[in-house]
Design a protein around this ligand. Structure first.
Ligand SMILES: [Zn+2]
Length: 437
């Protein structure tokens, strides 16, 4: 589909929306704000047990963690529209939110047959709203691409970056600068290994600047961003995980910008648009940690999500027209919370010889049961904050699982998220809020 065909498809969707809006005249609809903004915050892989572990370890038993303190909560199922698989990947999970249809795994913002359909971000842009994408990892990752740059294959990272510029997404903050620079140009963050080598064939940063984007690559240039268009390619939060392995200290890395600062700046810039904004945020770090069976860093990523939620709920105090939705595309790792001891004896972890992943820093798996039944490295024990009690975690798979995921929400129509719904419901509620369904 060409961009013109794409726009007419959006137009058609909006015409349908306009007639639906005319037909609606209940008091509930009249109480909705005139120009509502929407924020979707996804903790990739953040299932019920992850949320619980983050609560125990970071916040204890007396204070409810910010993402769970939102006034409305429910569950979303996560099954993809796949002929073979019962468990979704991030691409299909985010696409369900973005276009309101279940699609096969790997599909990134396109319809079930690979056809181009309007995403929530297209609809927002048609409404004259500002648009933004923020990630603590590559901004070109599948979840955000499903909204801002639909592609047939989630691995087409350079195409995804190009599509963001083609689609004029106003705010693009995250890591993965190698996809924006041509081969042979290292960019502004020093390369440290093969993983960092530039991959594209054109300089997309230069193109962005030509098209009016401000560009940031470290804390100082980031602080100077004022919009309305801004591109920040900074150090991945994932690098934090190498702290104890390589002695890396993100606090002293000038290219590291904390995720909550990315969100705060995005709100400052996007909030300038009188028509409202649509912002999608992902913590990809949490999923990567769970794939590697790294509970400690998964919970640290969860703390970052809570810090982002705090920034947003503070913003909502002056901007009650903003709907915040906090959820996940799926669970990762089949994680469970267990006692450290069973009748005084160590509680063994499940036999993971076949399933345990080899983390990037090691040559062998590290979560197999230890001799004598000790808690494996990176599974705990962890202390429940403010108590003497400990828990450990166990894992059933290095992959995703098919459990329902919690959703919490605050703002206009947040009450719609009470109960159990399909993941496509996110699309439905946002369209209802915008009067475009
Ligand atoms: Zn994953």
């Amino acid at each position: 589909m060409t961009s013109i065909q794409r726009l007419s498809a959006v137009g058609a969707a909006l015409v349908i929306g306009a007639s639906a809006l005319t037909a609606c005249s209940s008091p509930a609809d009249q109480s909705l704000p005139a120009n509502p903004s929407v924020i979707i915050l996804s903790g990739d892989g953040m299932g019920p047990q992850q949320r619980t572990a983050i609560q125990y370890y970071m916040y204890g038993l007396d204070e409810r963690q910010p993402m769970d303190a939102l006034p409305y909560s429910g569950f979303l199922d996560t099954i993809p529209g796949d002929p073979e698989y019962a468990v979704t990947d991030s691409a299909a999970g985010a696409t369900a939110w973005a276009i309101g249809q279940r699609v096969p795994n790997g599909t990134t913002g396109l319809g079930p047959d690979g056809e181009s359909v309007p995403t929530l971000m297209d609809i927002a842009r048609e409404r004259g709203m500002a648009t933004g994408l923020v990630n603590d990892h590559d901004v070109t990752n599948a979840t955000l691409a499903a909204f801002g740059s639909p592609v047939p294959d989630r691995d087409l990272k350079v195409d995804i970056a190009t599509g963001y510029l083609d689609n004029g997404i106003d705010v693009l903050f995250g890591g993965g600068e190698k996809y924006w620079y041509p081969e042979g140009e290292p960019g502004m963050i020093p390369d440290e290994g093969e993983d960092d080598v530039s991959e594209g064939d054109q300089n997309l940063v230069a193109r962005a600047e030509t098209e009016g984007y401000q560009y940031a690559y470290d804390q100082t240039t980031f602080d100077a961003l004022s919009g309305p268009k801004a591109l920040a390619l900074v150090q991945d939060s994932a690098k934090r995980r190498s702290t104890e392995i390589e002695g890396y200290d993100y606090n002293s890395d000038p290219h590291y910008v904390a995720p909550e600062k990315l969100v705060s700046k995005a709100l400052d810039i996007l909030g300038e648009n009188d028509n409202g904004f649509f912002l999608v945020i992902e913590s990809d770090d949490l999923d990567s940690d769970a794939h590697e069976h790294d509970a400690q860093n998964m919970m640290l990523a969860g703390e970052s999500i809570n810090e982002m939620v705090k920034v947003i709920t503070e913003y909502q105090k002056d901007h009650p027209e903003v709907l915040l939705i906090v959820t996940a595309d799926h669970e990762t790792g089949g994680m469970t919370i267990e006692n450290v001891l069973d009748d005084g004896e160590p509680e063994p972890n499940s036999d993971q010889v076949a399933d345990d992943p080899v983390p990037y820093w090691a040559e062998t798996p590290e979560n197999m049961p230890l001799p004598g039944g000790g808690v494996p490295k990176r599974s705990g024990p962890f202390t429940i904050k403010g108590t003497d009690r400990q828990f450990k975690v166990d894992w059933t798979t290095p992959e995703h699982t098919g459990t329902m995921v919690p959703v919490t929400a605050a703002g206009p129509l947040a009450e719609r998220f009470s109960g159990v719904h399909p993941n496509t419901y996110v699309f439905d509620v946002v369209n209802e809020l915008w009067g475009s369904n």
